[in-house]
Design a protein around this ligand. Structure first.
Ligand SMILES: [Zn+2]
Length: 225
């Protein structure tokens, strides 16, 4: 099962990827994670990537493609994989089709309203690092205070409603051609990610099984929370 996962900030992309990764034992491949690792290791690639990141620029397509190509040669992708955060552009999507065959792209469609609510409701404990949400579970038991140490919870700068709104709009401006690309090649699955994971995930999983994309036997029992 070779999937591309597309989702704006607040769509819950990480949780979906984690579910399939854990249940079917296939790797979740995030170019962001690979870049962070290479930068921290100080590799040649890491240094090249770092120069773009530091200037606040996008890493050029040819570097990203090279990285994905190398990653897809690892033996752990044999049962399949989930690509997270790639492709970001149409040239990247086209290049990916030359490297491997992608079965489906799943667009976790989230409205701006819900994305903003999910992310701007996030609170972090400055003491222990636990993450809460004032609108969704896990909610703090006492308003704005950590359940464990009672510290006053804070909102990350990134989760400020205006910042979230802007990230959401920039994301959709960029990703539109990629969504169109998979739609035109009849590989796009759109799900309503405004709904809860419990409602969406069983339907998505059934669709993947019924269309013959998901043929793997689960390697673990994973519960949806
Ligand atoms: Zn705490």
């Amino acid at each position: 099962m070779r999937l591309v996962l597309i989702g704006a900030p607040g769509a819950g992309k990480g949780v979906y990827a984690q579910y399939f990764r854990d249940k079917y034992c296939i790797p979740q491949i995030s170019t962001g994670d690979i870049f962070r690792e290479e930068i921290s290791k100080g590799t040649e690639l890491g240094l090249r990537v770092k120069s773009y990141v530091e200037r606040g620029e996008l890493v050029p397509d040819e570097i990203v493609i090279e990285v994905v190509k190398k990653r897809l040669q690892q033996p752990d992708v044999q049962r399949g994989f989930i690509l997270d955060g790639f492709p970001r552009t149409r040239p990247q999507a086209e290049a990916l089709d030359k490297i491997t065959s992608i079965d489906r792209a799943i667009h976790l469609k989230v409205s701006e309203e819900v994305a903003v609510k999910r992310l701007s409701g996030r609170r972090v404990c400055p003491v222990c690092g636990r993450v809460y949400n004032i609108y969704y579970e896990p909610k703090p038991k006492v308003n704005e205070k950590c359940d464990y140490d009672g510290a006053k919870l804070i909102q990350r700068q990134d989760d400020n409603p205006d910042v979230v709104r802007n990230r959401y709009r920039v994301f959709y401006d960029t990703i539109k051609p990629v969504i169109e690309y998979y739609y035109k090649s009849r590989r796009l699955i759109e799900v309503n990610a405004d709904k809860s994971l419990k409602e969406v995930l069983p339907v998505l999983e059934k669709t993947l099984i019924n269309t013959g994309v998901l043929k793997l036997t689960p390697c673990r029992d994973v519960k949806i929370e």
